[in-house]
Design a protein around this ligand. Sequence first.
Ligand SMILES: [Ca+2]
Ligand SMILES: [Ca+2]
Length: 198
Amino acid sequence: MFCTKALSFLFSLSAFASAKTGDPGFCQPGYQLAWVTFDFNKNWTPINAGDYVTDIGFGFTITARPSEDGVTGGGPRIYDSNAVGGLDPDLEVKLGNLLIVQQADSEEPNDNRKGGSIVFHFEEATDIYSVQLVDTEETTRVITFSEAGRVSEEAETVPDGGVQDFLVNKKGIDKMKIKFTASGAIGNLKMCIPECKN
Ligand SMILES: [Ca+2]
Ligand SMILES: [Ca+2]
């Protein structure tokens, strides 16, 4: 399992995230709340718009399963929300890279109008604070799997061009599935990662 020492950038963001969420006590002792984005992998190699990602090295792998009209490159595709003039202006929310389920009839990145699922598979049971949802338009479900079982919750609809942190607030998650009915994207995950032992 990676730890926070190697993640000074995430580390500083995580302090900001804690301050912003006002919940510094969420993680257990020896763990720190980290704001994991999809802009760089663990080796600080930039992740590019249009890439399909399955493992960026932060303690989980990602898979994507499109519903009708979508495609998967194994994992979700990257949409650069800082760009302008992309295929879906609703996703140009200036939050760096977003994860999307790719629509089949577009060569350029575009989230599938008929939705699909993005699933995070955690290497170790992980405490998840929140997941950031963008432009979901219709019903989105956040489904978590842990030793305690499966919990499926409905996230509030995020309007065109909107951004919302969905509060997951659950411990010991093995797997988390975000199920979009229509369009939608994921901006970040706030999760607990261990501090390094010397
Ligand atoms: Ca779209
Ligand atoms: Ca939209």
